[in-house]
Design a protein around this ligand. Structure first.
Ligand code: PLP
Length: 411
């Protein structure tokens, strides 16, 4: 049934606000929405150009880079394509460590663009071993591999791969391939340091940890990647970096700028910096920990399980929960969204129908998380899915314990 409007008379539970705990799009803070409630303006209005310059500077601070940043009117898929067509020509070979649904989709896109892919199989329950990536590069003595396409956090599996360790393994193999990293689900939830870690190209999108509405895709490139770009001949137009490097204005966006989005982005970045990135990451750690506590309690019933086998590899922004044979994760998700008013994510790729995902990233505080966990627990009870009750209490206690040792931190 299509979700109807809040306050529907036949459904008394449908009053008040809906909760959103999908791992993208995420909640947008009211101050960001308010910053977007404004008139469109002349293409070269200095007020807009200032906002664009500030936004690009802010993105560099989040990426931790002094390199170039490009902003596209697109989603994450657009940013993927932008990265690929700027540094890779048809026939080039890339190495793709399989992290889950998103690494596979990205590899499919590369193939559709004429790029050859060499995959390193992964099991969707563990992070990639950087040594295997290093070994694949060491085996490539002729340096055919032009780039490694790595997803930092694959939202399908909710597992994070150690980007810094992958770079170190590449360096040990003395291989010149570019390191291209998808941070769409991780930027603004965990540490990422493009320049210090030696990432050449970084990909992100507005609607996850950056707390903005969907519609902006970002790519950052270091000097090495820009040099490769200049030497890469292939068809490309909208995504082309060269005209976009001319400075803020019409060419930066290859046409009319997404003015209102840029005002929103400036505000969401300001909110991140006011909180402080370290505090933002700490908040994500606490909310992730609370989520895992809740699931551990429910899992005692035998029907649910956290996908990531090693707790050290779990994402701080999203948790994938597997359901036992015969239990439809899609049904849980639909009831949770349509009847309990909390939106959660479904299983992707081979996890379709067999897993659901709780997002705890972006503009999220503890009571917002409790609401979602309460909705999930109510759904489990409503559907008679075996589980031990008390998950929400365990989550609440986790936050209270944290608060006892960090009294200055508010959630
Ligand atoms: C969400 C996501 C994408 C896709 O982004 P869209 O904006 O939906 O195109 C790609 N990679 C990762 C890791 C993601 O989490």
């Amino acid at each position: 049934m299509a979700p109807d409007s809040i306050g529907h008379t036949n459904r008394p539970l449908k009053r008040g606000r809906k909760f959103l705990n999908t791992p993208g799009p995420t909640n947008v803070p009211p101050r960001v929405l308010n910053a977007m409630h404004r008139d469109t303006m002349d293409l070269n209005d200095p007020e807009f150009l200032d906002a664009a310059v500030e936004s690009f500077e802010g993105l560099k601070r989040v990426f931790r880079t002094d390199g170039e940043v490009f902003s596209y009117i697109s989603n994450g898929h657009g940013a993927w394509e932008a990265a690929l067509v700027n540094v890779l020509a048809p026939g080039d070979l890339v190495l793709v460590p399989e992290t889950g649904h998103f690494s596979s989709s990205w590899a499919n896109m590369a193939e559709a663009l004429g790029i050859r892919t060499q995959s390193i199989a992964g099991d969707w329950r563990r992070a990639h071993d950087p040594e295997k990536i290093g070994q694949a590069l060491a085996d490539d003595s002729g340096h055919q591999i032009k780039a490694v396409l790595l997803v930092q956090t694959d939202t399908a599996t909710s597992i994070t791969t150690d980007v810094k360790a992958v770079r170190q393994a590449m360096d040990r193999a003395k291989h010149p391939a570019l390191l291209v990293v998808d941070t769409i689900a991780s930027l603004g939830t965990i540490d990422f340091q493009m320049d210090d870690w030696g990432v050449d190209v970084t990909i992100a999108a507005s609607q996850k940890g950056l707390m903005m509405v969907p519609g902006l895709g970002f790519v950052a490139a270091n000097a090495k990647a820009v040099a490769v770009h200049k030497a890469t001949a292939r068809e490309r137009r909208y995504w082309d970096w060269t005209p976009r490097m001319a400075g803020p204005g019409y060419r930066t966006f290859c046409g009319t700028a997404p003015q209102i989005h840029i005002f929103g982005l400036r505000e969401s970045l300001a909110a991140l910096f006011e909180e402080g990135l370290e505090r933002v990451f700490e908040r994500h750690r606490v909310l992730a920990g609370a989520t895992w506590k809740a699931i551990d309690v429910w899992a005692q019933g035998g029907a649910l399980e956290i996908n990531a086998l090693d707790p050290a590899e779990r994402s701080m922004g999203v948790t994938t929960i597997r359901t036992a044979e015969g239990i439809s994760a899609d049904h849980i998700r639909e009831i949770c969204r349509d009847e309990m008013l909390a939106g959660i994510g479904g299983g992707l790729g081979v996890f379709g129908g067999k897993a659901f995902r709780i997002g705890h990233m972006g503009d999220m505080n503890a009571p917002m998380l409790y609401a979602c966990l309460g909705a999930v627990e109510a759904t489990l009870a409503y559907l008679d899915i075996p589980h031990t009750p008390g998950g929400v209490t365990a989550a609440v206690q986790h936050v209270a314990e944290f608060k006892k040792t960090h009294s200055a931190t508010t959630f």
